[in-house]
Write a protein that binds this ligand. Structure first.
Ligand code: PRP
Length: 177
């Protein structure tokens, strides 16, 4: 297959264990509302919450996709809201990748505006060089400067999300439907 391994399953497992320990230490009293940003975060959230050993709740949110990329070229709109009231809650936004930062910028402001007590961001992959919005990433698994990444929740045209590791899709594969 025309893809190159970028982050292995074992590296992901080790890093998530570290992130889980750090988050547990930072919120010793628990009470977190862990919010997965659909769809890409579903696998990362599932593994991360199992590495956190303080009480938490889980919810999901989804942001509109215009064209090929969520928010990267325009205005963000929520297409699936939380089922939990964020007011007064410590929110942990869980995202597979921070690219331009538009999605996290939008959601951080939206949840703060609804009275969240705090909003922290945890991303598996930080593509900081592509940032267009100054978002605060509190927990980042890996820094990857470039490349079209797939696997472990990340897709290309809805393919590859199920792969257990993260790969860079090479140019000839990106042209495939
Ligand atoms: C991707 C990714 C993040 C967002 C990051 O979502 O999962 O949610 O883009 O980009 P940004 O930092 O430029 O806002 P995508 O549009 O691929 O939707 P998906 O999660 O449903 O795959």
């Amino acid at each position: 297959m025309q893809k190159k391994l970028v982050i292995s399953e074992s590296a992901i497992r080790r890093r998530i264990a570290e992130l889980g320990r750090q988050i547990s230490q930072d919120f010793p009293d628990g009470g977190l509302l862990a919010v997965g940003i659909l769809k890409g975060a579903f696998i990362f959230l599932a593994d991360l919450v199992r590495a956190i050993d303080v009480p938490l709740e889980v919810d999901f949110i989804r942001v509109a996709s215009y064209g090929d990329r969520t928010c990267s070229s325009g205005t963000c709109t929520m297409t699936k809201d939380l089922e939990t009231d964020p007011a007064g809650r410590h929110i942990l936004l869980i995202e597979d990748i921070a690219d331009t930062g538009r999605t996290l910028d939008f959601l951080t402001k939206e949840l703060a505006g609804r009275g969240a007590r705090s909003v922290h961001c945890c991303v598996l992959i930080d593509k900081a060089m592509r940032r267009e919005r100054a978002v605060s990433i509190n927990y980042a698994g890996f820094s990857v400067p470039s490349g079209f990444l797939v696997g472990y929740g990340l897709d290309h045209a809805e393919q590859y999300r199920h792969l257990p590791a993260v790969y860079e899709l090479l140019p000839d594969q990106q042209k495939q439907p």
